[in-house]
Write a protein that binds this ligand. Structure first.
Ligand SMILES: [Zn+2]
Length: 209
């Protein structure tokens, strides 16, 4: 994870329309086709891609066509528990289907101490807009000396890594591929290693090119 400098900015006219929905029906409205909802969802996606440089907010793997991972608009405080924040931009990030999926974040309670004002809540999870992420989560080097193993530095960091499985072997392996791929872009790898990395990232496995 890294801290994002900003969240999406939604036009005031759209917010005014969304605010008129009764809190209890907002999670259902999220899946509706009203103009305001579509506009809100579109802004979250469009601006989020730029703000997050198309990386998943949690695992930092590439989203969309580049990473072949479906992009989810992910409620940091789940809308099933906190319907009042269904249409609050600071409560939304883009994430991959794995991180937002049922086995990981899903409807996980992420708010420790509730406050009427969102920014005044205390969160269990490291918050991508409100927290200094690097205070809570660092990266250690793995056996191959790549800085890819997520390490919790605080209670919040440990909670986040544990509940979002950010240190799972599969994810660590994926991150290692990405780090190698980035290194390749900077011409740091020998040619034969580079070919293997390209193969791995493109998911070609052991198929001969
Ligand atoms: Zn992810």
């Amino acid at each position: 994870m890294i801290r994002f400098a900003a969240h999406a900015v939604i036009p005031a006219s759209v917010i005014a329309k969304l605010d008129k929905y009764a809190v209890s029906i907002r999670p259902k409205r999220w899946y509706g086709r009203s103009q305001a909802v579509l506009q809100f969802r579109d802004e979250i996606l469009k601006q989020g891609k730029t703000i997050q440089k198309s990386f998943c907010a949690w695992c930092m793997l590439p989203l969309g066509e580049d990473g072949r991972r479906t992009i989810h608009r992910d409620h940091i405080a789940p809308k099933s528990i906190h319907p009042e924040w269904t249409f609050l931009a600071v409560n939304l990030v883009l994430s991959c289907e794995y991180c937002n999926g049922f086995s990981n974040k899903g409807d996980l309670p992420t708010v420790k101490t509730l406050s009427a004002k969102y920014e005044d809540c205390e969160f269990y999870v490291v918050h991508p807009y409100l927290d200094e992420v690097e205070v809570h989560i660092g990266f250690d080097k793995d056996d191959d000396d790549l800085p890819v193993v997520a390490v919790g530095k605080t209670e919040k960091g440990i909670w986040t890594i544990l509940n979002l499985s950010l240190d799972s072997p599969g994810l660590t392996r994926e991150r290692a591929k990405e780090v190698l791929y980035e290194s390749r872009d900077h011409g740091l790898l020998p040619h034969n290693v580079e070919a293997l990395v390209v193969q791995a990232v493109q998911g070609l496995g052991s198929r001969v090119l």
